[in-house]
Each structure stands twice: as C-alpha cells, then as structure tokens.
Design a protein around this ligand. Structure first.
Ligand SMILES: C[S@@+](CC[C@H](N)C(=O)[O-])C[C@H]1O[C@@H](n2cnc3c(N)ncnc32)[C@H](O)[C@@H]1O
Length: 223
C-alpha cells in the first residue's frame, strides 16, 4: 500500500480487517493533526490497531475499542510487537469508554451500503453497514460529543456512497464545526464489485462507475 502505513504494516489475523486505502487516508489526515504529547486519543473500530498505533507513535495516550475480540487481541499483539502502550477495550462503539473523555476520536467504521436486511455477520461486520451504509455513522455523529472534551476533534473516513452530506448535517446538529477535508478516488474493491448491480439499481453508482470516492470528515467541538 503506498502511503502513511506502508512502513509500519501491522500483523493481521484471520477475520480482522487488513489496513486498506481508507485506513491509509485517515492515517494521512491524522499526521496533519496537531497533537500534544500526552493527548488522549480514542480509536473506535480499531481492527488491527493500525491507526491507534500511528497515534501512539506520536506520544499520545491511546485507547482502542472494537466489537470483535479477535480485533482487540490483534491490536494488543501489534502494540506489544511495536513496543507501544495501548489500552484496548472490547465493546460496542463508545460503551466501553463511557465516563472517559478524549481530545481526538479516530474512526474508520463499517460504512459500505449492503443489500442484506439482516445485521452483518462474520468478517462482513467490518464493512457492511445496512442499506444506506449509515448503521454506525449516524451513531458516531450523535454519540461522539459525549466522550469528547471541549475543542476535541473527530476524524472519520467513509465512502461518498454513504452520504457525507448527511454526516455533516448530523455533526452540525450535534454542535460540531465540520467539513470534508480530504477526498480520494479508488477502484472498486471486491465487496463493491460483487454488489455493483445492486448499487446501480439503487442509483448509488452509474453503469460506467468503477471507482468510489473516500472522504475524510473532520469535526471540531467548540471550547
Ligand atoms: C473498516 S474496519 C477498520 C479497522 C481499522 N480501524 C482500520 O482502519 O484498518 C471497521 C472495524 O470496526 C469494528 N466494528 C464494527 N462494528 C463495531 C461496533 N459497533 N463497535 C466497535 N467496533 C465495531 C469492526 O470489527 C472492524 O474492526
């Protein structure tokens, strides 16, 4: 993978999301974020811990949360191998850190629109996010202010297919100053290729589309 994570690829165990272009785009946005050493960072949906460890390398105190125990153990193993401190918690989104507060939240959540009406199972829980791709995005917009300090920042990546304008609308309603700060077009991966016809029927992509756009949303709470 070209980019920010190529020199420090974490180990990935079966069933855990291998860092991809979305991870890398968010790592790039993180590298531009001013962060004082000792700042408290939360990586929600940490997977292999790639983003959490990118933040820990900057001397911040990082907590990494994932619903998947496999991901939590993998992140823990990668922190050990990198010789970096990392607090890991298993659980649903912000539930494991209720009562704590952070200066920065990083999130590369599941955001891919999925045809199945049922909740995703197995490895697909890392990317499938309901018919409109917003199963987790809306919750993050709504719940992030509860665990962010005044002046705190949310940096989140998702696909343009899952409604960046809706993300910005929810964040503004939650009291954030928010904008799309980075955009990057990438070829459809295997998941989007496998459901391209369904996406076309829903009007989310055109017949000629073979690329999707990833966006970084940066949202800041007032002091
Ligand atoms: C797209 S992967 C991103 C992994 C990693 N942050 C990266 O960028 O490479 C999304 C991650 O969110 C986790 N996840 C899904 N639903 C979750 C939830 N409700 N609470 C916490 N983590 C969740 C998945 O297990 C998966 O590890």
């Amino acid at each position: 993978m070209p980019g920010y994570l190529c020199r420090v690829k974490p180990l990935v165990t079966p069933g855990v999301y291998a860092p991809q272009d979305d991870t890398d785009l968010l790592a790039g946005a993180l590298s531009e974020e001013p962060l004082s050493p000792g700042a408290d960072v939360l990586d929600v949906g940490t997977g292999s811990g790639a983003l959490a460890l990118a933040a820990a390398r900057r001397g911040t105190r990082v907590t990494a949360v994932d619903l998947s125990w496999r991901a939590v153990w993998t992140a823990r193993m990668n922190a050990y191998l990198a010789g970096l401190p990392l607090h890991t918690r298993q659980g649903n989104l912000f539930a494991p850190v209720r009562g704590q507060s952070f200066d920065l939240i990083l999130s590369n959540p599941p955001y891919v629109p999925a045809p199945s009406a049922t909740r995703p199972r197995g490895a697909a829980r890392a990317w499938d996010a309901g018919g409109d791709g917003r199963l987790l995005l809306d919750r993050i917009c709504r719940e992030a202010p509860v665990v962010l300090r005044p002046g705190g920042v949310l940096l989140m990546v998702h696909s343009a297919l899952s409604g960046p304008d809706r993300t910005l609308g929810h964040l503004h309603a939650a009291g954030f100053k928010a904008a799309v700060t980075h955009r990057h077009r990438i070829p459809f991966g295997p998941v989007l290729r496998s459901r391209a016809e369904w996406l076309r029927r829903r009007g989310l992509v055109s017949a000629a589309d073979e690329k999707e756009e990833l966006v970084i949303v940066r949202a800041e709470l007032p002091f």
